[in-house]
Each structure stands twice: as structure tokens, then as C-alpha cells.
Design a protein around this ligand. Structure first.
Ligand code: FES
Length: 95
């Protein structure tokens, strides 16, 4: 029996760069881990996903008609179909 992975594709934006991401459920524990694996922004996710530092903020914009933007801690976002076809901007940490 063959199994096919269900891929989830989205775009990460960081500084002036754009990164097309292709992943699947279970590849990473959360979005913070994926971002650190692909981009390694300095000082990003300092509390290792404990939800205490706010250095892992992202803005997620859907590509449907609403163009709604949601601000979240990436360590609290799992890799799911909700990320598919969105643009996710890594926000600068302002202390
Ligand atoms: S890694 Fe610290 S709040 Fe997300």
C-alpha cells in the first residue's frame, strides 16, 4: 500500500526576502521551529516555544478575498492546512 504525503505550501516573508515553503503535518512541532530551520532570524524564539518572550511574532495574511491579517506567536501555531496558501511575515521584535 502506498501513502502520499499531504503537502502544505505557503510563503514566508522576512526582511526583503520571500521563501516558498513546502512542508507537511508532523514535520515540525510548530511554525517557530520551521522558521528557525529555514531562516534562523537573530533573536527569534528565545524562550524555545514557551509562549513567554514574544520574539516569534508573525503576521499571517490569507490570499482569499478577505485579505484578513492575523498576528500570532509562531510557537503557538501548528503546521496545518490553515497555513496553506497564506503569506506569513516574520515581525521584528521591539523591546
Ligand atoms: S518562542 Fe517565545 S513566545 Fe514564542
Amino acid at each position: 500500500m502506498m501513502f502520499f504525503k499531504h503537502y502544505i505550501e505557503f510563503t514566508l516573508l522576512y526582511n526583503d526576502e520571500s521563501y516558498r515553503i513546502k512542508t507537511f503535518k508532523g514535520e515540525y512541532d510548530d511554525l517557530r521551529e520551521l522558521i528557525n530551520d529555514h531562516i534562523q532570524p537573530p533573536n527569534f524564539g528565545r524562550c524555545d516555544g514557551m509562549g513567554r518572550c514574544a520574539t516569534c511574532m508573525v503576521a499571517q495574511q490569507s490570499r482569499n478575498l478577505s485579505n484578513k491579517v492575523e498576528i500570532s506567536l509562531s510557537c503557538q501555531l501548528s503546521i496545518s492546512d490553515e497555513l496553506a496558501n497564506t503569506e506569513i511575515r516574520i515581525l521584528p521584535y521591539i523591546s
